[in-house]
Design a protein around this ligand. Sequence first.
Ligand SMILES: NC(=O)c1ccc[n+]([C@@H]2O[C@H](COP(=O)([O-])OP(=O)(O)OC[C@H]3O[C@@H](n4cnc5c(N)ncnc54)[C@H](OP(=O)(O)O)[C@@H]3O)[C@@H](O)[C@H]2O)c1
Length: 226
Amino acid sequence: MSPTAPHDDADPELEHLLALYTQPRPEGRLQVELCMVASLDGTISVGGRSGPLGDPADHAVLGALRRHAGLILVGAGTIRAEAYGPVDEGVTMAIVTRTGNLDPTAPVFRDGRAWAIAPASATIPDGIAVLRCGDDDVDIVDAVSRLHEIAPQARFIHAEGGAVLNGELIAADLVDVVNLTLSGHTAAGPGPRVAMNATEVLHRFTPEHSVTRNSMLFTRWRRHRD
Ligand SMILES: NC(=O)c1ccc[n+]([C@@H]2O[C@H](COP(=O)([O-])OP(=O)(O)OC[C@H]3O[C@@H](n4cnc5c(N)ncnc54)[C@H](OP(=O)(O)O)[C@@H]3O)[C@@H](O)[C@H]2O)c1
């Protein structure tokens, strides 16, 4: 996944699609929205990257969600796997890490908009701002409840993977919305699925939209906790 600039060419169908993701969000607690692209056979990466699964419309949706949220939550594994560029103005990126294995010279840290979210035990490289949550692990419930401290502009938390972080968010029942794009590919192979965690939990979501464009199916699902 790579950040994308707003698109320029008139494309009413794409505008309609993007509008589905940029509606106002509830006031108060920031809702957590998982955003992933997956193959028909359930993998989220091919050759270790999500890029082969995406297309221009998927990238446009990703960019729109990032800008509308103003806050991206992502695992350090994804940062190390994907070539993340600089973070857009008005957006804060929160990178969850236990080891502090982050490269402060990477483009994602260039403008000071990317923070490490790390436990007290982690050594974070100089030059990377850090929000401390937890002692030896990031307490993900605490972290999610405190992200507004580093991103007061946020409308919601756009969580974009990967599988390990998603698994923790789901196991803790923190996910309010799943923005899942099904890519018209199969891949087999050893790639991870959308979420992986030692704890198995079954949570119910109901569909809010499903839109087909080219060989992609864009879906949005909302959690019902009652
Ligand atoms: N298709 C898609 O939409 C999509 C989106 C995103 C990613 N991906 C793919 O997903 C893969 C990466 O996923 P992944 O599961 O390996 O990695 P990940 O979930 O992005 O990151 C895992 C890392 O996050 C940190 N972490 C997670 N929970 C933590 C906690 N409670 N406390 C402290 N640190 C914690 C640890 O970082 P440290 O190791 O630094 O301690 C851990 O190794 C890549 O292949 C990427 O291409 C696909």
